[in-house]
Design a protein around this ligand. Structure first.
Ligand code: ADP
Ligand code: ZN
Length: 751
């Protein structure tokens, strides 16, 4: 009896992602089951497409026109039931297609694609996995004919145990010799994944961890959750420098002692080396890494190591939340407030929610940690839905840095036209003269950030995106920071009226230049996306700063968080004001977090720290609270605002985005979608919904596409998602001329 596979195909759209039925030919029968990766003939031309099997059923009486599957990927490529559960979760929660979810949970290197072999369609792995040959001694050399010296040496080398071909070749034993011995049955050869020891140079050097009394109390509470045998979630709220890492290490130790595994997520690649070093030193090499700065090969090899059960600890950025670790006991999200935990392309998932799902599947403890938690997370903790564990003091009784404001209105009135104020420059110089280091934050890269015509006011914008072009001095060019569009040479006259172009606003390149003029002796390290482009540049720069090869570390938000340098005693903040006036409902939270975090980089060891904040609004309550590093009071204000204006956690916030090449069509599509949605909710008055729009997105044109949005304040439960899904179906039926792409985003803050 033939069977039928119901599959979802690659390259579908969210409003057209159906299951298609195919006959399973007898020769593929043993390798097709739900979660299987297969190749199907698709559409009128029967072009081969990748697909994932969602269900199988007996085909007693198959429809005669049913097409057959073309091929199936090997068993190791099929999704396990656990990964399939995550795929279903992603699709249900984030309105992505089935196959987008598949591509999110499997790294690129482990995916399959259509290919052709001997004129027949086949599935091909995207990458050839690097393997090595291992030789094992399985027989004895005969006395006659007398073995040669090469053969004797090979056998001797393999007597203590199997070795790889590369190791043997290093001993001067050739492949020909080895092949000869294999033929005689004296050796056997096997292939295996080439091992990859990232950070192999870090010595295994476990030292007992002595915790402060406060850290001990925190661990005791969290260990209750860790051993509960049911899903638990907690927030470790600890001021900067309180030693959250020490708490993590103790909990990981406990997790491994229970024979379970641990997953540690960090918000940025730059923070992985720090934690990897500590984990390697403490726990040895059963540690794998998953982040986007690895090459596809490295990533694949590490992933396979996890899949085969050879890693007890996984460290990585957002997508590591899908690492196929079994028997998970602990998931940590460090710096949980960071927006990098939210994916900006489909599936637009939040690592928080996926981690929660996994903790539920595995009866694990999910631990969020931060000095400035998201308002929603802290609210969940104070209301008892998460356990709240607090570290109120810095480790070793060190004080938090003192913070002063530099009022830039006064500076300007005193006739200082520079971006770096006289007081800031003086403080930097004094710090340097004492042999200490400074961190300077400016969250804008480039040299000049806007070019405007003096006569007609025309602003030079990207032709593809509705944003100003930024002047970069090293390349003598203007760049779009969104699509990379480049204009060179830099225009000196206005393309509209021929008037004179004036460039203003300042980025890290400009400040670097100013500092060099103000403090000629200072050794300045600039760190931003432009200076860290090369592989590992980031890590090398931080290592050199740690070795005190520089006096000042100047950079964008990548210098603000998580870093721990003992000689840093001064932190300066430049150009923060524009962030205070951002659009999204999270803008205050973001400024509070950024300032508190960067201030917290100072005075973490013996030497006390201080911070200076340049601003034209020194009395702004958010800056005042950040200066006081008083998160609980900030939270009180923020939660009152969220309740009053109806924002999360008092509702779910969902942005339905529309994009296309022709603006009126995009607008019309958004409006029609809004009507369809309103009709459906009208017959479900029990389902709360407030809809705003359509309105243009803050950046209305991006990469040549116009963008509009509907903003929904809703209750994100199953009935809500069902109504949204039925709206999508109705919208797909209408075949609007715009063919506007639709995206659904539960992570947006409306900006
Ligand atoms: P946080 O992440 O909370 O800002 P860290 O974990 O980076 O803080 O710790 C701050 C500093 O205190 C680090 O230099 C760390 O080595 C030190 N520290 C914290 N706890 C301990 C401990 N139990 N033993 C030794 N040093 C510690
Ligand atoms: Zn652009």
């Amino acid at each position: 009896m033939p069977s039928i596979a119901k599959v979802a195909v690659n390259d579908a759209t969210i409003h057209f992602d159906k299951l298609y039925s195919y006959l399973v030919p007898p020769e593929l029968e043993p390798s097709v089951w739900p979660g299987g990766i297969v190749l199907v003939p698709f559409g009128q031309g029967n072009r081969p497409r990748m697909a994932v099997v969602i269900e199988t059923e007996a085909g007693d009486d198959p429809e005669p026109r049913l097409k057959s599957l073309l091929a199936a990927a090997p068993e190791e490529a099929h999704l396990t039931p656990d990964l399939m559960e995550l795929v279903r979760f992603l699709r249900d929660r984030y309105f992505c297609t089935w196959y987008e979810a598949v591509k999110a949970v499997i790294p690129y290197g482990a995916q399959y694609q259509p290919g052709v072999e001997n004129g027949r369609p086949v599935v091909k792995s995207r990458m050839v996995r690097p393997v090595e040959t291992i030789y094992t001694l399985t027989g004895t050399l005969p006395e006659k004919p007398k073995p040669g010296p090469k053969q004797l040496r090979a056998v001797e080398a393999l007597r203590p145990g199997p070795r790889s071909r590369a190791e043997l070749e290093e001993l001067g034993i050739s492949r020909a010799t080895l092949d000869g011995l294999c033929k005689k049955g004296i050796l056997t050869a096997q292939t295996r994944d080439r091992p990859l020891d990232l950070f192999g140079e870090v010595p295994f050097d476990p030292r007992p961890l002595t915790l402060s009394p406060e850290q001990q109390t925190a661990c005791r509470l969290l260990e209750e959750d860790l051993t509960a045998g049911e899903p638990r979630a907690a927030l470790l709220y600890g001021v900067t420098g309180s030693g959250k890492t020490a708490v993590f290490l103790r909990l990981i130790e406990q997790t491994l002692a229970q024979g379970r595994r641990a997953l540690i997520l960090v918000p940025e690649i730059g923070l992985t080396p720090q934690i990897i070093r500590r984990l390697k030193a403490m726990f040895g090499s059963r540690l794998a890494v998953q982040h986007s700065a690895l090459s596809n090969t490295e990533r694949l090899l590490q992933w396979r190591m996890i899949q085969q059960g050879n890693a007890d600890i996984v460290v990585g950025t957002r997508s590591a939340v899908f690492a196929p670790l079994q028997n998970l006991g602990l998931i940590i999200l460090d710096e949980e407030q960071e927006h990098t935990y939210q994916s900006e392309s489909s599936p637009r998932y939040s690592a928080h929610d996926v981690a929660k799902k996994r903790a539920a599947m595995e009866n694990a403890l999910l631990l969020f940690a931060s000095a400035t938690p998201r308002t929603e997370t802290y609210q969940a903790a104070v209301s008892g839905r998460l356990r709240l564990v607090t570290l109120q003091h810095r480790y070793g009784g060190r004080p938090l840095p003192t913070v002063d404001f530099i009022d830039m209105r006064a500076e300007l009135a005193a006739g200082n036209p520079r971006e770096v104020s006289a007081r800031m420059a003086q403080a930097l110089e004094e710090t340097m003269d004492r042999g200490e280091q400074s961190i300077l934050l400016l969250n804008r890269r480039g040299y000049r950030t806007v070019g405007m015509c003096q006569s007609c006011g025309h602003v030079l914008k990207c032709p593809n995106c509705s944003v100003p072009l930024v002047y970069h001095k090293p390349q003598q060019a203007l760049f779009c920071h969104h699509c990379g569009h480049r204009i060179s040479p830099v225009p000196t006259v206005c393309p509209e009226c021929g008037g004179k172009m004036v460039y203003s606003g300042f980025g890290t390149q400009k400040v670097e230049e100013e500092l060099a003029a103000l403090l000629p002796k200072a050794r300045i390290l600039r760190m931003d996306q432009d200076s860290t482009g090369r592989k590992n540049a980031h890590e090398q720069m931080l290592a050199r700063f740690a070795r005190q090869e520089y006096d000042i570390l100047l950079g964008t938000q990548m210098v603000a968080k998580g870093l721990d340098f003992e000689k840093v005693t001064l932190v300066g903040v430049l150009g923060i004001d524009s962030m205070l006036f951002g659009q999204g409902f999270r803008s205050f939270e973001n400024v509070f977090s950024l300032v508190t975090q960067v201030v917290g980089r100072g005075g973490r060891a013996e030497l006390p720290g201080r911070a200076l904040i340049q601003t034209t609004v020194p009395d702004h309550p958010v800056l005042q609270l950040a200066a006081a590093q008083d998160y609980p009071r900030f939270y009180e204000q923020e939660i009152a605002f969220r309740r009053f204006s109806l924002y999360p956690p008092y509702c779910s916030f969902c942005v339905v985005g529309f994009s296309g090449e022709r603006e009126p069509e995009v607008f019309a599509a958004a409006r029609r979608f809004g009507q369809l949605l309103a009709e459906r909710f009208a017959s479900h008055p029990e389902q709360p919904l407030r809809m705003l729009g359509p309105t243009p997105m803050t950046i209305v044109k991006l990469n040549g596409r116009y963008r509009y949005k509907l903003t929904l304040k809703c209750r994100n439960d199953a009935p809500f998602r069902a109504l949204l899904r039925s709206t999508l179906d109705a919208y797909a039926e209408e075949k609007l001329p715009a063919k506007a792409g639709v995206t659904i985003d539960f992570n947006s803050d409306g900006d």
